[in-house]
Structures are given as C-alpha cells and as structure tokens.
Design a protein around this ligand. Structure first.
Ligand code: NAD
Ligand SMILES: O=C(O)C(=O)C[C@@H](O)[C@H](O)[C@H](O)COP(=O)(O)O
Ligand code: ZN
Length: 358
C-alpha cells in the first residue's frame, strides 16, 4: 500500500482493497453523491453506493457510455440535469469510478457544476491510476479534436484499488503501460529498467513489480503537477508523445486506444528528436524495444493521410500561433521542447513510424 501526497493538496491512495476507503474520502459536509461509472464497473458501483448510503449520504448512480463515448458535451449536459433535478449544492460531491474516460468526464462535470464541486476519482484501469485520475486535468472531446474542452479541477482524493485490475482486459492493461513507460522516459529511468528486466512481471496485476511501477509513475505525475498545475511550462513534459497520439486517436474515430496511440507517438517524438540532432539513435531504438517488449504498437498503420494528421496536430494545445511544439528528449530523463520543426523533418519522422518506413 502507498499514499502519495500531491503537494499536500490531496492524497492518492494505492492498495488492493482501497475501494473500501471511498466513503471516508468524501469531504465532510456532503449530503449527496453522484456516482458515475463505466459499464463494466456496475457491481463495484453498487457496493460503493451501499457503503456511501450506510454513511447517511443520498446517492445517485449513473452508468456512462463506454470509453470515449462518455467524453461528450451531450453526456455532460445529461449529468448536469441529473445534478439539478437532485438539488446538488456546493458541498455535494461527484465520485467517478472507471478508466480515464470516466474520470475525465466525471471531473469535468464536477468542475462545471456550480463552477466547481468536489470530485473523488476512483480509477479502475492502469492508465487511470497512473495518469488520468491524478493531476486535475478534466475534459471532453469535440468533433474537431480530443480534449479540446476542459478544466483544471483537482480531485479531493484519488483511490486506486489495484485488485480492480484483475478484470481489466489485457489490451487495456498494456495500453496503460504506455503512460508508465512515458514517465520513465521523461523523468524516472528506473521505471524503464524495471520493465526491461522482466516485461511479463511488469504486466502481472498481482505482482510487486506492477505495484512499484504504479507508485513510481504516480510519483512522477504528482511532482510535476504539484509544481505546475495549469501547464504553464513544466507540465508539458507529461504530454510526451501526445501530439501525434491525439491525431491518431481522433482520425481513427477513437478506434485506437489512447495508450496505444501514445506508444506510437513516443516513437514519432523520438524519431523527430533524433532528426533534429537532439537525441541519440540508441534512445530511439530503446523506445521501440521497450514498447514492443510489453506488446505496445510502434507503427502507425491507420488510414489517415499525413496531411490530415498534420492538420489535427496543429490544434494541439501546445501549438502557439502557427508554430507546432513538441516535447522532445535530449536523453532519457531529460525532456526539452522542439519548436517549429521543418516540414520535411516532420514528414521524415512520419515515414519512419509507418508500416512502410519502420
Ligand atoms: N486527465 C488526464 O490527465 C489524462 C491522462 C491520461 C489519459 N487521459 C484520458 O484517459 C482516457 C483513456 O483512459 P483508459 O485507458 O483508462 O480508457 P477507458 O476509460 O476508455 O477504459 C478502457 C476500457 O476498460 C474498461 N474498464 C475500466 N476499468 C475496468 C475494470 N476494472 N475491469 C474491466 N473493464 C474495465 C472501460 O469500460 C473501457 O472499456 C482517454 O480519454 C485519455 O484522453 C486523461
Ligand atoms: O496530465 C497531463 O498534463 C498530461 O498531459 C497527461 C496525458 O497523459 C493525458 O493524456 C492528457 O489528458 C493530455 O492532455 P491534453 O492537454 O493534451 O489534452
Ligand atoms: Zn495520455
């Protein structure tokens, strides 16, 4: 079990069985709780709701559409109506139980209601535990792109129950490992060593290696968001690999998992940094090798043209005016920014990550 404090503002509890701590994480003064959950978490939601009711809270339980289908303006509007009908006040609370899509949507609903009510994040995927539920980025997608509407709204608490990973489909577990490995490349090389030493152990949801990786990745994220909640500069490093990744996801109609797209996005970013003479080719090869070792993709084999992907990348939040900006590495654990790379360089890195070029 570990508890990671985010600058003393809230705690992230990581432990098998941590779900039992949800009622005590609901801030004092609450009378009502909206519990939103991903479809596979219905049974867990029901037992959390019972425990909250046993504490005297009135609980409204709402199942969400699955995965990215939850991150829509329509779903936000529906839930804001639920809150209005049930008379939720500023001391009442939203609890989000599910993967990153659920915690992003639940957090945004809480951020918008009465201009901000507390949210308790209860991530149930690896990706949600190590990344999405921590740090206060919340949001939804619009037809023009991923996470284009959102708010910074820190949780009151994050409760990560490792035993919930037992039912997570293997492909979703692997996708979550992309964000763990991202933390290794940007800040904690020991994460890379742990994965490389035994990739199968890293993916064993009952083993000590995964528990250590979860804690280490959360520690990286906690350090960064404690220093720069609103992404004025340092926080951008958590976006490593995401410029290309978000373009892949959106142009595929979200058929690509976020973590899979981030894996290919990190290969793209490393190829770009190598061409810009920032990064040694050995780190590009290490990127491909560690991602492959856990079953993550390293190639883009989708249908979108380079021109379309480039257009979507221009709407990335790191873009300033017409200047595309990427998080790039100069070495493992040493992130920097690559601003306005030449069009030929952008294209050459794309060729290197396509089935044709890789
Ligand atoms: N806010 C942030 O800082 C941040 C960080 C990283 C990712 N994200 C967002 O998170 C999302 C991706 O999150 P994700 O990978 O968790 O995907 P997800 O939320 O879509 O969950 C993946 C699948 O696993 C299912 N699931 C969840 N928990 C389960 C469990 N315990 N057992 C069985 N099935 C379970 C879900 O229903 C879904 O089908 C993306 O929208 C991404 O943009 C946000
Ligand atoms: O917390 C952050 O900051 C991140 O960038 C973490 C990313 O893993 C995450 O996918 C995030 O939602 C991307 O943010 P966005 O601002 O590019 O939408
Ligand atoms: Zn991400």
């Amino acid at each position: 079990m570990s508890t990671i404090s985010v600058a003393g503002r809230y705690d992230v509890l990581v432990a098998p069985g941590a779900l039992a701590s949800v009622p005590s994480a609901v801030p004092e003064g609450a009378l009502r709780v909206l519990l939103v959950h991903a479809p596979p978490l219905a049974a867990a939601a029901s037992s959390v709701a019972d425990a909250l009711r046993a504490r005297g809270l009135a609980v409204v339980v709402e199942a969400l559409p699955d995965a990215e289908a939850a991150k829509t303006l329509g779903e936000c509007g529906r839930l804001w109506s639920v809150l209005g009908q049930a008379g939720f006040t500023r001391t009442d609370v939203v609890v989000a139980l599910g993967g990153g899509a659920t915690t992003d949507l639940g957090g945004f609903v809480a951020a918008g209601w009465l201009r901000g009510v507390p949210v308790v994040q209860v991530p149930t995927t690896l990706l949600g535990m190590v990344d999405a539920a921590v740090g206060g980025k919340t949001g939804i997608n619009t037809p023009e792109g991923k996470n284009l509407v959102g708010a910074f709204h820190e949780p009151a608490a994050v409760i990560a129950d490792l035993s919930l990973l037992a039912t997570l489909p293997h492909a979703d577990l692997v996708a979550g490992m992309a964000e763990v490995i991202k933390c290794g490349f940007i800040a904690d090389p020991q994460i890379l060593s742990l994965v490389e030493a035994d990739p199968a152990a890293a993916l064993d949801v009952t083993g000590p290696a995964l528990a250590e990786l979860v804690t280490r990745a959360i520690e990286v994220k906690a350090r960064v968001v404690a220093a720069d909640l609103r992404e004025s500069s340092l926080r951008e490093i958590l976006n490593y690999g995401h410029t290309f990744a978000h373009a892949i996801e959106q142009t595929s109609g979200y058929r690509w998992r976020h973590g899979d797209a981030v894996a290919v996005g990190m290969v793209y970013a490393s190829e770009l940094a190598c061409r810009a003479r920032l990064l040694d080719a050995s780190v590009v090869e290490r990127t491909r090798s560690i991602l492959t070792s856990v079953g993550l993709p390293i190639r883009y084999d989708g249908d979108a043209s380079w021109e379309t992907l480039l257009q979507v990348m221009a709407r990335d939040k790191k873009t300033r005016g017409a200047v595309l900006r990427f998080v790039a590495l100069t070495a493992v654990g040493s992130p920097t920014r690559l601003e306005g790379p030449a069009p030929e360089m952008l294209r050459a890195a794309f060729d290197a990550v396509t089935v044709r070029g890789a």
